[in-house]
Design a protein around this ligand. Structure first.
Ligand code: HEC
Length: 140
């Protein structure tokens, strides 16, 4: 009898481990690492690539844990009649149109950048340089 119980316990434990491993992935929140405000590329790699992918295609490693698929950031100009929507992109990064988007899957970067910048000018510089970097990712 004890043997059967022991067996069952082992089986349940094994099942528990299996279930644990097959759980939907969750995003671990870590404090943002400091970056150079003048490098859009460095900031994109550090803060955006986890969701949007290194090339901005919307296929970063965190995608599986998100409710909404991150936008493909290389098609923004193409989907806007060939003109890169710089202001809209800057606003998306800043977090101004969260209400319109109705999604908090994308972090509000304006607040994050404000917390790591010495001045409002540095915060603007980060958002502008990221916007310019994304402009450079556009497909022709
Ligand atoms: C945790 C995942 C995540 C991270 C990190 C992230 N994004 Fe996003 N992003 C999203 C999702 C999801 C959407 C789509 C939002 C929606 O439709 O509600 C989005 C949308 C956007 C859009 C709007 C695109 C459009 O179609 O108008 C821009 C621009 C953008 N992200 C830029 C960035 C930049 C720049 C960074 C880094 C500073 C970043 N994102 C980091 C998940 C993320």
């Amino acid at each position: 009898m004890t043997r059967v119980i022991l067996w069952l316990t082992t089986l349940l434990l094994a099942l528990g481990c299996w279930a644990q491993e097959n759980k939907k992935p969750v995003i671990k929140q870590v404090p943002p690492s400091p970056t150079d405000a003048s490098s859009g590329q460095q900031m994109f790699k550090a803060y955006c690539a986890s969701c949007h992918g290194l090339q901005g295609l919307g296929n970063g490693p965190a995608v599986a844990a998100l409710k909404k698929t991150p936008s493909n950031l290389t098609l923004l100009a193409k989907n806007n009649g060939g003109k890169f929507p710089a202001l809209k992109v800057a606003n998306s990064i800043q977090g101004d149109n969260i209400a319109a988007h109705g999604s908090l899957d994308m972090p509000v970067w304006g607040d994050v950048f404000r917390s790591m910048s010495r001045s409002e000018a540095e915060t603007r510089m980060r958002i502008n340089n990221l916007t310019k970097y994304i402009e450079g990712l556009q497909v022709k």
